[in-house]
Design a protein around this ligand. Sequence first.
Ligand SMILES: *Cc1c(COP(=O)(O)O)cnc(C)c1O
Length: 421
Amino acid sequence: MPVEENSNSLQLFDPQIAKAIEDEKRRQQDKLILIASENCVSNAVLQAQGSILTNKYAEGYPGQRYYGGCEYVDTIEELARIRATDLFGVDHANVQPHAGALANLAVYVAVLQTGDSVLGMDRAHGGHLTHGSPVNISGMYYNFYSYGVDPDSGYLDMEEVRRMAKKVSPRLIVAGASAYSREIDFSAFHDIAREVGAYLMVDMAHIAGLIAAGLHSNPAPFADFITSTTHKTLRGPRGGLILCRQQFARAIDKAVFPGIQGGPLMHIVAAKAVAFKEADTEEFRLYQEQVLKNSRALAKEMIEMGFELLTGGTDNHLILVDLRSKNISGQEAESLLDEVGITVNKNAVPFDEESALVTSGIRLGTPSVTSRGMKEKEMETIAQLINDTLESRQDPLAISKIKRTVREMCADHPLYQDIIS
Ligand SMILES: *Cc1c(COP(=O)(O)O)cnc(C)c1O
């Protein structure tokens, strides 16, 4: 079957899928996306990701492939690797992990034996599934212990981390979080790891874009391994990344392939290269600065509206709202807000008494709305809309007014030029 050269070929051949994609595009355009782990990528990233590179098998690494015809994909992967190492100031990069979860697994496979002790952040306090949750392979194959945040301040308590590390003598300490709004002290983690003879892995999945822009301290001088996603604040294609010192390069590369993956997704690797190039620009630095300004503006206005924030504020792109004083669960808030066009996710607060499906909090992040050009003024409006939605949940008239305002804000800030509101 010859490939259709028609740009409408998806629409013609598979109208059901084409329609669902259009509907999703419309949803992204018409809603205020405050999911802290989401973003919207550039057309350049989309173009690389949607390219014919998907046709190519390239098991192995540049110059050492198990397939012929790899001369051009070698160029692509080399560029991606060099750009990643330059961007973060490290010796070695592996750009092949299909996802953040697999980047983490590859580090575990590279340095641990099954049953080894590992210390990571409690998922209920903001850690990630792949940091030892019993339902994840990390928790099934390795002996994870966890540290949490201080019950009063909500901040990571480094003395508690040290105490736990001394107690459990981990082979690896994992730093990094999915729901933590403060700067992480990588130097303190490094000191603790050295004291107990553990490796240090920093999972910067959420904050990689801030780090690339110099707006969060860089773990490179402190960590033995750095893992990341490329699609959160870094604003690249959906995928994973591992950075390490030269001494671990071979072990990491072997763990990714043939350890846990087969052929790399070369279209995604190309899109990662594009994203790393974008992240090395002044424009990107200004974008990340605005992400932070917006996050602070949102935090300030939420506090003024009477919401309680974990740690009382934020140093990064996200805020965590404790809804216990507002008499509404995270689950209820998430669904009410989605109804008016504000997409957030429910989130457990530390020491939460509700189940993981209900929760007592929500997590709000500014990367996506900032990519659409929204600034502090819009953040104030968003905080007010969130407050109004939760307060006026019984008032259909107020709710339809909020919906209209959300629609107008979205129309004023198009996601992509080819979407007309
Ligand atoms: C999102 C995230 C991951 C996993 O990324 P996936 O690409 O969804 O597998 C890993 N670690 C942290 C801290 C994350 O926030």
